[in-house]
Write a protein that binds this ligand. Structure first.
Ligand code: 5GP
Ligand code: MG
Length: 192
């Protein structure tokens, strides 16, 4: 038997794979280098927007050896829909002090820009020494409020994606790749 590794079969609910596990790993590694180029060896505080950014945050943290502090902020989600429908709300806020600290906010995907506008506005009021934003994905054409992230993993077209932390109705977060969800799945919630 030849010992050639076959590609993992595509999940039946995905229309296509946008980024494989290996492609994500490689990009997260280079993002780690970009962070090191910006922060040097200094300490910074990562604020992860959960649940979506859980995997990205966990992997990114392990690509750097700076002293880092971690906190999480939970935002109200899309629920079972695939379109953002208005003002996001903070459900659970910061628990550590960030005054005079270098802060890096981490999110899975920058879409309309509302979530990160809200979060960065609140953080700014707490007077951090610096504030930067890192997102794995950026759907620039969906922007409703102007917002630019300092670090972007991949710029993507306007498709609803799942996997690597990103969900649809709390499913698919555990897929190791990022893929486009079939439109017929977006219209059914039988399994929810
Ligand atoms: P924004 O406030 O920028 O519209 O939305 C950002 C949040 O919307 C992300 O953190 C993510 O939770 C959700 N979101 C936006 N686009 C997608 C997508 O294509 N797939 C998934 N699963 N979530 C998305
Ligand atoms: Mg999110």
């Amino acid at each position: 038997m030849p010992n050639r590794k076959r590609p993992a079969p595509i999940h039946p609910d995905l229309e296509s794979i946008m980024f494989t596990e290996a492609e994500i790993k490689e990009r997260v590694r280079t993002l780690g280098t970009e962070l090191r180029n910006t922060y040097g060896a200094g300490e910074f505080t990562m604020i992860s927007i959960i649940n979506g950014a859980v995997m990205f945050t966990a992997d990114l943290m392990r690509e750097i050896d700076n002293p880092v502090r971690l906190d999480c902020v939970r935002i109200s989600s899309y629920g079972d829909r695939t379109m953002s429908d208005g003002a996001p709300q903070i459900v659970s806020s910061l628990t550590i002090d960030i005054a005079d600290r270098h802060v890096l906010v981490i999110d899975d995907i920058l879409d309309t820009g509302r979530t990160l506008t809200l979060i960065t506005g609140l953080i700014r009021k707490l007077k951090p020494a610096s504030l930067r934003v890192c997102v794995l994905l950026d759907k620039e054409e969906r922007r409703q409020v102007p917002f630019k992230a300092d670090f972007v993993g991949f710029r993507i077209p306007n498709k609803f994606v799942v996997g690597y932390g990103l969900d649809f109705a709390e499913r698919y977060r555990n897929l190791p790749c990022i893929g486009v969800l079939k439109t017929q799945i977006q219209g059914t919630l039988e399994w929810a």
